[in-house]
Design a protein around this ligand. Structure first.
Ligand SMILES: Cc1cc2nc3c(=O)[nH]c(=O)nc-3n(C[C@H](O)[C@H](O)[C@H](O)COP(=O)(O)OP(=O)(O)OC[C@H]3O[C@@H](n4cnc5c(N)ncnc54)[C@H](O)[C@@H]3O)c2cc1C
Length: 373
């Protein structure tokens, strides 16, 4: 893979380049993404070009180090403008993270450079897996061992950042083999696989979210990320959830900024509101500090470490809802216009609270971890 190793980009350079893409390419599209469901493909490819999807991946960086905190910061910069695009970034970062954590090097060497640069775009169909492992619902995909791979059947209701030439990571149960599971990279062009547009979404319509239908899809061994799905998720879970903070931080900060912007005009009466910008900023800054400290060690697998991440994740979902409600109340009637950022942020913030792990899921997992401690 030496030809495809990427020189690490300094933090200032990456965040400046990300901001430039937001200003030049994304800002003019945000309302269209929200109201018409435009998929920000060019923005994602440009972000890949400046290294935004490579920072947390030691396997593709020439210095062999990883900086998950920087990946979070870049995603926050984009989510500050548009959560749909920020969520697509999370999908791309996360499928890269799965490959980083692959059991064998062949699949990583082949696919990771393409994902890290956004030459190939992709996603993650792991909501069902995480809910199944938390005993919220059964696994929806079943595989059978055959010569040279597995045949997979079933469906996933919602997977984002997909297209006919995209890939995504997902996990399937092995038929008749107890609780054995397998983690795979699925090529959307596989025979028997189809993407179905079965729903339209508020706020997230631009994320190319499809139902994924598997009808006797052959997944060759070369596309297996780990033959032990449970062991894989234990390795990858911290990074997967930590990366989601990029969405939360960007969304919350934008709500605070919006409330601050109207202070000169409305501060004399907005001071009667709850969740004032300075208070929210303090809570956000504390959370960011804690997240960045945990992000220094994303390969840690202990339950105690994961519990800390889940607690912060829960707080981020709750804070996002409070911050966006506060932005609505601070900006008043202007925020209620159809193209106004405040009402868009409100709809976006609820996604942070419901995307897996959702607030209810987090509370359940934290209860189980507390009982086991
Ligand atoms: C815009 C959008 C994008 C998403 N992108 C992804 C993604 O990229 N990858 C991913 O893994 N997940 C994705 N999800 C799913 C998401 O992470 C959550 O799982 C989902 O929002 C529901 O979570 P919940 O815990 O609130 O479950 P609940 O809403 O309580 O639902 C529990 C379960 O009931 C079933 N269910 C409910 N409604 C339906 C339906 N209409 N059709 C079929 N089954 C149904 C599903 O199994 C669901 O998980 C996406 C969801 C949305 C809305």
């Amino acid at each position: 893979m030496s030809d495809s190793l990427l020189q690490p980009v300094g933090e200032d350079a990456l965040l400046t380049a990300t901001r430039a893409i937001v200003d030049a390419d994304l800002k003019r599209l945000t309302v269209e993404i929200d109201l018409e469901g435009t998929y920000p493909e060019a923005v994602l490819r440009n972000l890949g070009g400046v290294g935004a999807f490579a920072q947390h991946l030691p396997a593709v960086r020439a210095d062999g180090a990883g900086d998950l905190g920087l990946a979070i910061k870049a995603m926050a910069g984009v989510s500050h403008e548009c959560l749909s695009t920020g969520f697509c970034m999370w999908c791309q970062d996360t499928v890269g993270w799965y490959l980083q954590n692959a059991e064998g090097s062949a699949i990583r060497d082949l696919w990771l450079p393409k994902i890290a640069t956004a030459e190939v775009l992709g996603g993650t169909g792991m909501s069902n897996t995480m809910k199944a492992f938390a005993e919220i619902e059964p696994l929806r995909l079943k595989g059978q061992r055959v010569d040279g791979g597995y045949v997979v059947n079933g469906s996933l209701p919602w997977v984002s950042n997909l297209g006919d030439d995209h890939v995504f990571g997902t996990l399937f149960a092995l038929d008749g083999e107890g609780d054995r599971t397998v983690m795979a990279l699925v090529d959307c062009a596989s025979e028997g696989f189809s993407l179905r547009q079965s729903a339209h979404f508020t706020a997230l319509e631009g994320t190319r979210t499809f139902a994924c239908i598997f009808e006797n899809v052959f997944v060759p061994d070369a596309m297996i990320i780990d033959h032990d799905g449970k062991g894989f998720l234990r390795r990858a879970r911290a990074g997967l959830v930590l990366l989601q903070f990029g969405m939360g931080v960007g969304n919350i900060q934008s709500c605070i900024d919006m409330s601050r912007e109207v202070e000169p005009l409305l501060g004399h009466v907005n001071r009667y509101l709850d969740d004032r910008p300075d208070q929210l900023q303090q809570e956000l800054d504390d959370a960011v500090e804690a997240v960045l400290a945990l992000a220094e060690d994303p390969f840690e697998t202990s339950d105690e470490f994961f519990r800390e991440i889940l607690e912060l994740r829960l707080a981020a979902g709750e804070l996002a809802i409070r911050a966006s409600q506060s932005a609505m109340l601070h900006t008043g009637a202007k925020g209620y216009l159809r193209s106004a950022p405040a009402q868009r942020k409100l709809r976006e913030s609820y996604f942070i609270a419901i995307v897996t792990p959702a607030i209810k899921h987090l509370r359940k997992e934290l209860e189980v971890l507390a009982a086991a401690a």
